[in-house]
Ligand binder design. Sequence first.
Ligand SMILES: *Cc1c(COP(=O)(O)O)cnc(C)c1O
Length: 434
Amino acid sequence: MSDGDGEAREFGFHTRSVHAGSRPDPTTGARALPIYQTSSYVFEDPESAAAYFNLQEYGNTYSRIMNPTVAALEERVSNLEGGVGAVAFASGLAAQSAAFFTLLEPGDHVVASSALYGGSVTQLKHFFRKLSVELSFVDPDDLDNWRAALKDNTKLLFAETIGNPGGNVLDIEALADLAHGHQTPLMVDNTFATPYLARPMDWGADIVVYSATKFLGGHGTSIGGLVVESGEFDWANGRFSVVADPSPAYHGLPFYETFGIYGYLMKLRAETLRDLGAAMSPFNAFLFAQGLETLPLRMRQHVANANAIAQFLEARDDAERVSYPGLANSPYAGLVAKYLPRGAGAVFCFDLPGGREAGLRFISALNLFSHLANVGDAKSLVIHPASTTHRQLSDEELAAAGIGPGTIRLSVGIEDAADLIWDLTQAFDAIMEA
Ligand SMILES: *Cc1c(COP(=O)(O)O)cnc(C)c1O
C-alpha cells in the first residue's frame, strides 16, 4: 500500500497480523475472509486453463494445490515471517515431510537437533530412513557437534528455535553460517516462538516450518502446518539437481531456472503437495487466519504468564529444574536476548522431586490446566510425559530424553497469571497432603 506521496509504507507487525493476505471480497464486499469451500474453479476459457496447468499463468485449478482462503493464510504467514512465500499443509508434520521431500533424494544426509518435537524425530528416524535418507542427531547446543556431523552428502540442517523439553534456544545465525559454508540450507521449526517472538530468516535460516496447530491458530481448534522460504538459497549451486534440473514429474520444467526465488516453493506446491495430497482445508485456513489477527496480543500474554509462573516455580523447593529459557539464570539467556527479545515462549518443564507418583497426583489436582497432549492453546495445558507420551520408556531412557519421572510440562495460556498460580499452588498442596 502507498501513502499520498506514493511512498510504500512498511506496516507494523500488528497491522500485518490483521490485514496481510486479505482484502474485502471483491465479489460480495464481505469484510471477513471468505471461506471458499470449493474443490475446483471454472476456467474463463480453454486457453487460460492450459496456461494454468503449464504454470505459465497463476490461477486456481483444484483445491488440493491452491484455494483462495488458504492462499490468504499463506500470504499472511509469509508476510509476518519475512519470506517470499508460503505453502500450507494439512498438518505441521505434513508440511515438514513435504519440505524435506522437495529437496532430498535417496542417499542424502540430514543433520538434525536431538531436541526436536517427538513426532519430528520419529518422522526422520523411521519414515525418511525408509526413503533411504541418512540421518545424524546432534546435541544442538554445541556448534562443534553440528560441524562434526557434516558429510559430503549432507543436504539439510534442521532444528527448532526453542527445543523441547529442555528449552534449548538455537544459535540460528551461527548455524546458518555453518550450513551455508557447506552449501546447505538451514530449516528451522519456529512453532514454539511464532514470527512475533523470533524470525529465523532474519538470521539466515532458509526454510521455516510451522505447526499452525499451536500458537499460530492459538485456540486448539484445528490441525495445520506451513512451509515458508526466504528465496535466498542458491538451489543452482550444483548440489540440488532435484530442485534445479528439468523435472520429469512436471513435463521437464526446470523449477529454479523458471521461477527463480519462487522455484523451491513452486516445486513444493505444484509437485510435492500435488503428489502427497496433504492439503489444508479452507475452513481450517479461515480459523488459522482468524487466530493470527490476535497473535501479537496473545503472545504477549502467553509470555508474561510464562515468566510469572517460571519465577513462581523457581522460588519453590518442591519444583526443580525449571527449564524456562526466559529465566535470568537460564544458560540460554544470551541467546534469548539476541533471538527472542520479546520473550522465550510459553512451553517449558519442571521436575517434581516426588517422581511418577507425585506427577500423577499433581496433574489430577489441577483445575484450570487441562491434561492433554498439545501446546499453544489460549487455555493452559499440562502433561506428565512419564505416564503419557513417554510411558513406554524406562527411567534410564527417560533420562536420556531429558525427562525425569517427575517431569511436568506446561503450556501456559492467556488466563490471569494469579489464577494459574492459584491452581498450581493447590496442586502442590495436594502432593504435600498425600
Ligand atoms: C506439534 C508440533 C509439530 C507437528 O505438528 P502437527 O500439526 O501436530 O502435525 C511439529 N513441531 C513442533 C515443535 C510441534 O509442537
